[in-house]
Design a protein around this ligand. Sequence first.
Ligand code: BGC
Length: 349
Amino acid sequence: MISIKREEVAPDGKPFQVVEISNANGMKIRLSDWGATWLSCRIPVKQQLREVVLGCESVAQHIAQSAYLGASVGRFANRIANAEFILNGKRYSLDANQQGKHQLHGGSSGFAQQRWTITDQQHDSVQFSLFSADGDQGFPGNVDAKVRFGLRADNAVLVEYSALSDQDTPLNLTNHAYFNLDGESADQSILQHRLKLQADYYLPVDNAGIPNAPLKRVENSGFDFRQTKLIAQDFLQDQDQKTVAGYDHAFLLASQGIGAEAQAELISGNGDLSLKVFTDQPAIQVYSGNFLAGTPNRTCGVYANHAGIALETQALPDTPNHPEWFKYGGISKAGEPYKKTTLFLFASR
Ligand code: BGC
């Protein structure tokens, strides 16, 4: 079932479009056309609807916060060092929105800060589209981007990004939802969740989140999540974590694809709800919400640090400046369709 409500006025003076999709189990997701943002995800657990993604009281507040809650991030999710890169022999300068120096999540007018258009609706899905002109955020090429959010009967949320550019260009699209499987109002830190990641390597970064070393094996470090582990267990134990106040790193996935085995699994503090993430993206940025404090919550208050964890499926950060990582993705060829699918499967236990 889908309903569209017109809510408060967006920065462009027109109302937000908000879409709600429910399934037969009573699970409900809400989405907004501004930033193609995943606003809400309520799942029946023990006869109650539990809100498992962070969000704000109103849509206007939601899109004004700076933590990218649930947003569709592009053109290039994560950082590009010094807000510049060279592609096909030409240097491009980007909008620098991090420390006035680097680009984070497409800059100050990235895909998360733009109004998308609803271009298709089905009973169980909605598609948002965005045209990003040559030069948008500093990137080359006209890009047609789309995202479809679907809610399946088995309580899975399917997020499919697709795009086409008329020039070679960096492209790295992701959704930036923060999860708290105990319920976002539970006041329970995600450090008490358990996490499993099918990743043998992570990418060390400097204190601005810029990769500063080659991919590193996870063995004998706090980055080893190959067996399910309490997030708190090794939290802030390594220098590589201390640099960015916790986990805020890309993990290179051992396999890609929507198959039998999930690339990531998150389990709530009390063990009653799990989230499996399946993706054909090369990596997952695991961000333990180290700087969330002060972000407005759903009840007129503010979130604390670690109130949610983002599991952002994407290419490696700063790939445009690392030709050795082009093989993992992150650069789109002119006329070659870009398509990336991530499935978030929730199950009460
Ligand atoms: C980044 C964090 C950043 C957050 C909000 C994450 O993807 O890795 O460093 O604070 O987004 O912008």
